[in-house]
Design a protein around this ligand. Sequence first.
Ligand code: 5RP
Ligand code: CO
Length: 243
Amino acid sequence: MVRIHPSILSADFVNLERDLEKIASADGVHVDVMDAHFVPNLTFGLPMVQRIAEVTSLPIDVHLMIDDPDTWAPQYAIDRVDSVTFHAEATRDAVSLARELRARGTRASIAVKPGTLVDDVLEHLAEFDMVLVMTVEPGFGGQSFMGEMMPKVEALRGRAEELGIELALQVDGGITADTLPIAAASGADVFVAGSAVYGHSSPAERITALRDAGKGAFDTGRIDLRAIHRGIAGTGTAGSLET
Ligand SMILES: O=C(CO)[C@H](O)[C@H](O)COP(=O)(O)O
Ligand SMILES: [Co+2]
């Protein structure tokens, strides 16, 4: 299953309603909240997310790149917000926060920056509905995909299968029709794309192209996810998540 979530970070904030309509064929909309403290960039906060919820019918995927999500993240669990993602590096108690988000009726998701290992997340995996593996340093769109993050994705997918739990695995940063199949083959199923969607004249066409790139990777047998997982298990690198 390939789900495409365009990131409005690359949209025109002054014409956001128009730009949201351009991605109506997507599976969700990724909304980056940045506070200029956790990351060196500033976007917007809850009032903007509330307005987005009023004008789009897409599931809203909120990515909080903010300090102190333990205090602020629950406020984002509003109607029409499908998932709230907070960063492992910023939270004091990821499990309690995830439980609070779920209790408020939204899916709970935890994100890891490129330099953060996933050992703690693996230990508590059943507490989360989604894990976001950052494939760039958070803060800005238009950066290059970090393929070296794929062992984290593989380890998370492998553990979810072992536990028999449904886990959405999101990758964010540098996703294009060339990099998406690499992440899909590693076990990701939710793909955030900002510049690859909004950097083109037809965002709808780019969404289709991204979806096809993901499906094609498996349909043609070019990438065999099971073989990749077997290979990782065989070489014993799945547990080695040093970045
Ligand atoms: O969280 C983000 C940046 O911190 C964005 O979601 C991400 O960068 C999307 O942009 P692009 O697809 O252009 O890399
Ligand atoms: Co994001």
